[in-house]
Each structure stands twice: as C-alpha cells, then as structure tokens.
Design a protein. Structure first.
Lengths: 334, 414
C-alpha cells in the first residue's frame, strides 16, 4: 500500500475501483458461501483488496461477521495450499507464521499417523489443532519425538488454515480511527444489511428458555443429581454444572438453591461464583461449560450414551436431545 | 483434639519467622519476577493475601519477614500489572507446570494413614472420610493427609515417567525442566521455555491428555492386518510396545482374565509366552496365535496405556493463572520446605532428608494422635495422647499437621 502510495481517503477514486470491487466481493462471498474464491490471476488486485476488505469488515464492529469473514479467508488459503505440490512453498508460508517446521519422511504402517511429510514443533501444532474434534488431531494420537509432531501435507494445510483464521481475526480487531470515504461507508452499510438478512439462517437456533432435565447429557445429569445428596463436587464439576444450567436458561436463584445441600455450601461464596459465571461480575464474560474432551480430562465424563456419541459438547448434546424430544411429542396446547 | 490451638499457632508462626530471618537470602525469586503475582497465606484467620507484586528480591524478602506467612506462592503466569484485579492484570503468558501429588495416584498404602475429624462431634477415623459421621451423622470433616514412604515413592515414580516423556517426546532438555519437591506429598515440574508460554488452556489440556493417555485410540492400530505398536515407534506407540512386552514377561492367567480376556486366549498366551516374546524381534505377536484375536490384543494394549500413563493433577497444568509454591519457602502443613533438585538426581533424592528446614534444638509436645512417620533415618510413632520430646523438624511436622500442641522448646543443639 505504501509502495503504491495508496491513500484510504482516495479509495473512492475510479482508478482503484477494481480493487474496491474485489474487496466487496470477498466480503460478499464470505457472507453467502462461507469461503472466498481464489482470484490470484490478478495478483495485485488480490493482494491490495485484502487489507481493504479487512478494514471494511473491521468497521462493521460485528463480531459474528468478523468471525465468518476470517473463516472464509482461511478456507480460501486452505483450498490453495491443498493443491500445492511444492513442499518448500508450504514450509516458507509456515515460517512466515514463525513455525518450526521441517521436511521429513516418516513411514510406519501400524497406525493412523503412519506417514508424514513434515514435522512441526508441538507448540505450533497445539496452537492450531487444539480446537479440532476428530480423534486423529488429539496430540496423544500423533507421532511425536523430540518436540516434533509428524504431519502430512494436507494436515499442514489444514493447520495453516487455522493459523490464517486467527491471524485474520486479530487483524479485524485493530482499532480503526480514520473515517472512510462516504461511498465506501455506504458499501459497508449495504454489506451489513446483506449479512443481517442471513444472520438468522447462519446462526443455529437460540437456546430454549426453560430447562428440561430429561434432555440433560449423562455428565450433567450425574452432577445435577449429586448436589442434593450433599456429596462433594470438584471445582471443575461445579463450574461445568453451573455454566451448563445458566446456558440452559435456569435462573441464578434456582442454581444457588440447588447447591445448598452440598457438603461445604456457603451462600455468599456460591452466589458470588454463580453470578460470576453468569457474567454479572468482574469480567462480564458469560461462560459456557467445557467441551466433552475437557470434561473427560478432568474425570467428569461418566461415559457417553447414545445421544452424545456424535457431539463434542454437553450443550450441543442437550440441544440435540431437546430437538428429538420435540419431534417425538405433539405440540402441547396450554 | 488439640487444646491451646492458638498458643501452638503462635509458636509455629514464631518458628517460621525465625527460619525466614536466618534463611530469607536463600529464597530466589522466579524469572521475570516483576511480572509475577505473589500470594501469601497468613496465619491469622488463614486469609490469602493476593495480588502482590515486587520489583526486586529485596522488597520481597522484607515483606516476607514483616508478614511471616504460613505459605508463599507465585503465579505461573506473567502479567503486565500483577497487582491489579484479576480482570485487569493483562495476561502475557504462563509457564508450563506439572504437579504430581500422591493424592492423585492409587498407592499401595491407599491413604490408610490419613485422618478425618468430624467438625461437629470431633470423632476421628482413618482412611478416606466417610459420607456421614458414624457417630453424629454430620457431613463436615477436617482432613489431615499424612505422608509415608510408599506415597512419596509412588509420586517419585510418576515424576520419573513425566520427566522421561517431557524429554523424549516433548524434547525438553534436563536443564529446561525445573524440578522440585513440593514440601508435602509430591513434586512440581516447571518449564519456562518462551515457546510454551502463550499456549492457552485448550492446548495445555492436550498436553495433559498426552501424559495421561486420555483419548488414545487403540482402535487405530491395524491389528487385523498384523500391525500393532512396535519397539522402534516414536512416542506413545513405542511406549505401549515396550509396556506390552514387559507386561507379557510377568503376567499370568489370572491377570489376563482380570482385564477381561477369555479363558482360552489367556491360556494360549501363557502357554506360548516364549514364542510371543521372541516374535517382537520380527513382526510382533499380532497374528501369531489363532486363538488370540485382535480384541484380546487391544485389551492388553489398553491395559498397558493405563500403566504407562503419567498421573498428574489435570487441573494444575490446564490452569493458566495458577499460583504455585515458591521454592525454599515453608509448607504450612508440614514445616518442610519446597526444595529444587536437578532432574537427573531424582532417583537418589530423599525428600525426608533434603526438605528439612528446622534442624536445631528439640521441642516437647503433647501428641493427640499421629500415625507412624519417618524423617531422616528414624521412624517415629505411632503416638496417641502422649507427651514426647522430638527434634525440631519432627516436632514442627506434628505441630503443622495439627495433631499436637507445644509444651516447651529446648534450644540446646542436639
């Protein structure tokens, strides 16, 4: 941008219209298709339109749109890298993100991580694969030696996609203090509206407002039933149950009452913690319960049942059960 | 159980003050000391003083002498403003820490030496606390965890396993792993490598699962195709292979049936043991015996994962705001100190000799109840309602555990 002496205030200049058009297109594609196409034939336009699109999305101050745009740009990168046959190129890109990565040839024919094209430092691996749900991404199922995790080329592309997603998300968080030319502001407004019309469809249905005990996943049912018996519940267990109940729509007061019989109950303490988790204190963050994987780590998962087999989160399991219960029972009339 | 609790408390605090007066210069602050939060558990009301920050070791030592706490902690995390409230601290990263504590390991002694005391009627008993007091039905208890050589040995074995995985699989050098005896029933390992500092708790959870073998997919091995874990495999796979070999070396019919193998395949394995062990040199035993199918092998492999897994406290490692005891400070529950040791010295290390803080004089006590314990080379107790004179470290141990009251201190050097 500096080299071309491009100024933001001049962006509505017709000379730059092709760049601006592409920037708009990128965002549109992200909204409509959740990915951005590869237009690298016009390399300059492709390069210059990216920071402009970033700026436009950043000014919407819409967290949901930002997330979607970051993901779409990351998908674009994945689609390109997946096709890349030159291993050296992949390495160079990874190194731009400060990865410690090496070409390697590792072959074993006994397990799922049996062949590898690269090895990456486990910290680079974990920062990106930490949120993936499939078993094969769990570190414990990888081949690792001397701090290096062995991965295939396709896996490297997938991990880089994640790296790009966080990178774009961070870029979208930069504060923009300049005012944009009016024509661009109008465009941003139009894109915002386009997104608003799709928002409901994109977002999964909201959580119901009433807690339905019958739809609890086994872990939460167990924790929930433990409290009235006065048995001790671990710190992680309390957090998981409280955040679960709050997210299922149970009011703070009912939750405190529910904890009353526990062996070391203190009303003041319990209230403080429940309100904190509800987002009413301090950070004002509203917490969600840990995912299944984490509950397993801390020994809270009592083993999966039919309904939670295919989901990775107690809330997802709950929603799923609610849906199937609704489908089974005819609508109730008051 | 113990009379004159206050007087004993004052005495312990007085001894702690004495110790710090003589030894505060041995306390080294952690790296990036000014970015850490410090916390002090005070004797008075057992309140925790948090969100303290220090610019240098002198300031810290002066504070320590002024306040004489029962326990001293610092944050594994680095903060922009360590003294601010939690939400305003500005988290910059955190060391990777592991806590191995006998509490989390199934031990031979099974905690039978631990004591519980009913808060209502003061009834006492040994082992894990009951749901309800057998005497009065109350549900609140004070628990006193004891320590014995069996517990400490189990903790040491787990720590050795941990260090090995950290070195071989994670690639940390002996110098990068800071090891310490916690002052009670376990060990801490700290890694301050800048590469791990910014790992979030999801990433750390993956490290925990790796250590504990949680989520390890045995089903991923193509046993049907004759491909199981091999000795030369890296990471867990190689570890399972070696574990399986060792297991087969010593196992018997009963053990195999205990892990749900059917009678017939179990008998075949025992009968053909030599052949199986020999097969590891080539293709492995996976398709060697007709009666021993993939299911049986998977059961054996799963059992070996359990054996090879490292029993760490999962919460400590995943918590990126953890407070951890500062080295060379005293443990309020034992009067022992947290001591650092080199990773390659752990085999020879005896915490009950090296972690002693009070080495002069002796103290007369009245002991209410104490299971047997060892310090240095002497075994003491068990005691029940009796007056004894013990060397300072041993006496402080019982006082800190809350099972004795002080009668008289004699300062003469033994």
């Amino acid at each position: 941008m500096q080299k071309l002496d491009l100024k933001i205030t001049e962006l509505d200049n017709p000379d730059y219209s092709r760049i601006l058009d592409r920037a708009k297109k990128r965002i549109e594609e992200a909204i409509l298709n959740a990915t951005v196409t590869d237009q690298t034939r016009n390399i300059e336009i492709e390069l210059l339109s990216f920071p402009i699109a970033i700026m436009m999305v950043a000014t919407t101050k819409d967290a949901f749109l930002k997330r979607r745009y970051a993901l779409a740009e990351a998908k674009r990168v994945y689609n390109i890298l997946k096709q890349e046959t030159n291993k050296q190129k992949l390495t160079e890109i990874a190194e731009c993100f400060n990865w410690k990565i090496k070409h390697t040839r590792y072959e074993r024919n006994n397990a799922q991580t049996s062949t590898a094209d690269f090895s990456v430092h486990f910290t680079n691996y974990l920062k990106n694969a930490g949120g993936f749900h499939e078993d094969k991404w769990k570190l414990v199922n990888r081949t690792m030696l001397n701090g290096e995790v062995y991965i295939t080329k396709d896996e490297a592309a997938r991990l880089l996609e994640e790296e790009v997603r966080t990178h774009v998300e961070n870029k979208l968080e930069t504060k923009i203090d300049i005012s944009l030319p009016q024509t661009i502001e109008k465009e941003v407004e139009r894109l915002k509206q386009l997104f608003n019309t799709r928002r409901g469809k994109i977002r999964q249905e909201e959580m119901p407002t009433e807690t339905v005990l019958e739809a609890f996943p086994p872990c939460m049912r167990q924790l929930y039933n433990m409290a009235p018996t006065g048995r001790h519940i671990s710190h992680v267990g309390r957090f998981a149950l409280t955040s679960f109940l709050l997210n299922s729509g149970m009011p703070v007061e009912s939750i405190i009452e529910h904890f009353r019989p526990t062996s070391d109950f203190s009303e003041k303490m319990t209230r403080y913690q429940v309100e904190h988790i509800a987002g009413g204190r301090g950070s004002r963050t509203k917490y969600v319960p840990p995912k299944c994987d984490t509950l397993r780590t801390h020994g809270i998962c009592p083993g999966i049942d039919e309904d939670c087999r295919r989901v990775g989160h107690p809330l997802a399991c709950y929603k799923r059960k609610l849906r199937s219960m609704k489908a089974q029972s005819p609508a109730q009339t008051p | 159980m113990v009379v004159d609790k206050i007087q004993t408390q004052e005495f312990i605090q007085h001894k702690f003050a004495e110790y710090y007066k003589e030894n505060s210069n041995t306390i080294e602050l952690p790296s990036s000391l000014e970015k850490r939060e410090y916390a002090f558990l005070l004797f008075r009301d057992k309140t925790m003083l948090r969100h303290k920050g220090f610019k240098n070791a002198e300031g810290f030592r002066a504070f320590l002498l002024r306040s004489t706490p029962s326990d001293v902690y610092y944050s594994s995390a680095y903060f922009e403003k360590p003294e601010a409230e939690m939400d305003a601290k500005g988290w910059l990263g955190a060391d990777l820490i592991f806590d191995i504590d006998a509490d989390h390991i199934p031990t031979q002694c099974n905690g039978q030496h631990d004591i519980w005391i009913c808060k209502n009627c003061r009834a006492t008993g040994h082992g894990a606390k009951p749901e309800k007091c057998p005497k009065c039905g109350a549900q609140k208890f004070t628990e006193i965890s004891w320590l014995c050589d069996t517990c400490l040995e189990s903790a040491k074995e787990e720590t050795i396993k941990l260090l090995e995985v950290l070195e071989r699989d994670f690639g940390f050098s002996v110098n990068e792993m800071k090891l310490a005896f916690s002052g009670h029933r376990g060990y801490h390992v700290h890694i301050e490598d800048p590469a791990v500092r910014t790992l979030d708790s999801i990433a750390r959870k993956e490290i925990v699962d790796y250590m504990a073998g949680i989520g390890l997919k045995i089903a991923a091995y193509d046993i049907e195709g004759g491909h199981g874990p091999g000795f030369d495999d890296f990471g867990w796979s190689g570890r399972i292979a070696k574990g399986t070999y060792e297991f087969l070396l010593t196992t018997n019919q009963e053990q195999l049936e205990n892990i749900a193998l059917k009678r017939k395949p179990a008998a075949r394995i025992i009968g053909q043991k030599d052949k199986i062990l020999e097969s590891w040199k080539s293709k492995g035993p996976w398709k060697l015996l007709k009666d021993v199918g993939p299911d049986s092998w998977r059961k054996i492999l799963r059992q070996c994962v359990e054996k090879q897994s490292v029993k760490i406290d999962t919460v400590v490692t995943t918590d990126v705001h953890r407070l951890i005891r500062l080295a060379n400070t005293l443990h309020g529950e034992t009067g022992l100190k947290k001591v650092e040791l080199a990773a390659n010295e752990i085999e020879r290390f005896d915490p009950l000799k090296s972690a002693l803080a009070f080495t002069h004089g002796s103290i007369s006590l009245e002991v209410a109840e104490a299971p047997q314990f060892r310090l240095r080379d002497t075994i003491y107790g068990p005691f029940k309602n009796q007056k004894v004179e013990l060397p300072a470290a041993e006496a402080m141990f019982l006082l800190c555990k809350g099972v004795a009251r002080v009668l008289e201190e004699s300062v003469s050097v033994q």
